[in-house]
Design a binder for this molecule. Sequence first.
Ligand SMILES: Cc1cc2nc3c(=O)[nH]c(=O)nc-3n(C[C@H](O)[C@H](O)[C@H](O)COP(=O)(O)OP(=O)(O)OC[C@H]3O[C@@H](n4cnc5c(N)ncnc54)[C@H](O)[C@@H]3O)c2cc1C
Length: 607
Amino acid sequence: MDATVMIGILSLGNRDVIEWYLTTHPTFQWNNELGMRFLFLLSLLSIHGVLLTEAKTCKCLYGQSCWPSSESFTELASNLSQPLLSPTPPALPCYSSDPNLEAACADVQANTHNATWRTNIPGAMQNINFETYIFPNDTVSACYLNTTLGVACEQGSIPPVGVDARSAEDVQAAVRFAKKHNLKLVVHNTGHDYLGRSAGKGAFMIWTHWMKNIAFHDTFQPEGAPSSETYEAMTIAAGVQWIEVYIAAAAEDKFVVGGISQDSSVGAAGGWVQGGGHSAFSGKFGLGVDNALQFTVVKADGSHVVANAHKNKNLFWALRGGGGGTYGVVTSVTYRTHPVVPLTLALGFVNFTSPDAAQRGVTEFIHLHPTLSDNEWGGYSFFNNYTLFFAYFATNVSLPDTNATISPLFDLLKELGQEGTITELVPFDSFYALADYQGIPNTQDSQVGNIVELSSRLLSRDTALNKAEETAKTLLSLPFVAVNYIAGGAVLRQDKDSAGVHPGWRNALAEVYTSENWEEGASAEIIHAAQQRLKNNTVVLDSITTDSAAYLNEASLHEVDFKKAFWGSHYPRLKKIKNEVDPSGLFVVPRGVGSDDWDADLVCRSS
Ligand SMILES: Cc1cc2nc3c(=O)[nH]c(=O)nc-3n(C[C@H](O)[C@H](O)[C@H](O)COP(=O)(O)OP(=O)(O)OC[C@H]3O[C@@H](n4cnc5c(N)ncnc54)[C@H](O)[C@@H]3O)c2cc1C
């Protein structure tokens, strides 16, 4: 064995690799000379302060000989408030011949499109394609709901062991355990992630779902801030979901900027805010990252720290847009609260008389967005060559002013639409009153329990103002496109370098996204073809954006340059902070900051 091979082994530093070498080189004999060279190399490494644990370049996966023993797990469990978890695929009960599991299987079938139900299951992702795993040889490992496909239920990308964290101490114990045993680690909150970042084959999971504390503050003073710096605020623990925030805030007569979905089950303190966090009310009050005052975080070294504008400032900057699962485990977030204000819902639903009418209607719709931004509106829409739907909110704007802004568009849509066009303004006392409103047409199937991949781009103010016709034409050429009108207004008023989030947000009015799907049980070939279509459609979206900025939480795994698309000029600073707080790469997620140093499965360092 020559020194280069030994260095190779040392630098790989993995017990598996050493075992592999010994098995593939049966004639290898340890002798004094080699022993001396080995010790010499070891001493060189320690002289240079390189810890062998840091030099390990491949992480340990479930099923490998390096995986911790049952005794190690028993010891870990003795330091936790809850028993260890063994997450399994949601559809597993449907693969059993045990009659006692029939009810559990019926439950899965009834609830597969129920987001809240999914969040209560540690092995569930919201969109089921992220529960599956495609091997390099294109074998698909999955547990399909459709048992008639005749495919055995497999674990796929669901981590097989995890910690049901209920406190910062639980999180610390889990992080230290993962670090000590060099495990691939996954932080899982609600499983809403569109890049599958809360799943990972053979990984060890920290599940934050049941960390549910909520507290309100009349005068919140961030740690380290002068006594004159106080805010009306709300602190929530890692597992709190938006619906829980809204219920609690309504009872306190406060408003918080948050995510909006069919049951608002997105996590309020996890990936949402760390990726940027948009809302229909961002035009009025800013993004999630603009409202975050303080985080508490368990870092890769197991310490539990505060990050805000006065303490751990770099970490605070990175947590506001650098992406979930990357800088540590956030145990709580404190957000500004706002007064509850009235709003008007502007509802439009049009079946166009022709594709030409769609082109005209969508052009005017896009062209209106800069005006809407000046008035701090926000909302959601989608369109194609036949239909336009939007539900937009004018917050704290009088009904006559709302009407003056939107009526030219309403008039045009009535002209361009078939019979049955809806153009309505509905005033509400508050966002909370909207919850009981039944008048929004049901235009969308469940947002979850599906197979879906997305790709997005941020639409700039300049594009909406000066290239509305071209933008409409480009977007109408796609099979599906949605416009989340969740920027502009207050989002534009923030300094572009105030947080780690892509600076492109500070020119943006909206996020446009497209998606691709495939059938459950599809072959890898079909899946790759759908992913290729998504890539092609991303090129189409690129033609209407100047800097290719995307919203990383609703984005594609197949970006040509994910660093540019997700963070633009902020990437180098985010990477530097990442290397400072997590030098060994304990927290790495697909297309996350620092993932460029790892292989495709994020198991072995590639640089
Ligand atoms: C139906 C639906 C509706 C959506 N609506 C919105 C919306 O209105 N606005 C919007 O901006 N986005 C929205 N999203 C996107 C959403 O912001 C992302 O999916 C986000 O990643 C979800 O974060 P989570 O913590 O709930 O989910 P998870 O999938 O559990 O986690 C997402 C990522 O964050 C990490 N993470 C979670 N918790 C922590 C923690 N405590 N510490 C460190 N890392 C953590 C995970 O490791 C993972 O990388 C929506 C998504 C879906 C599927």
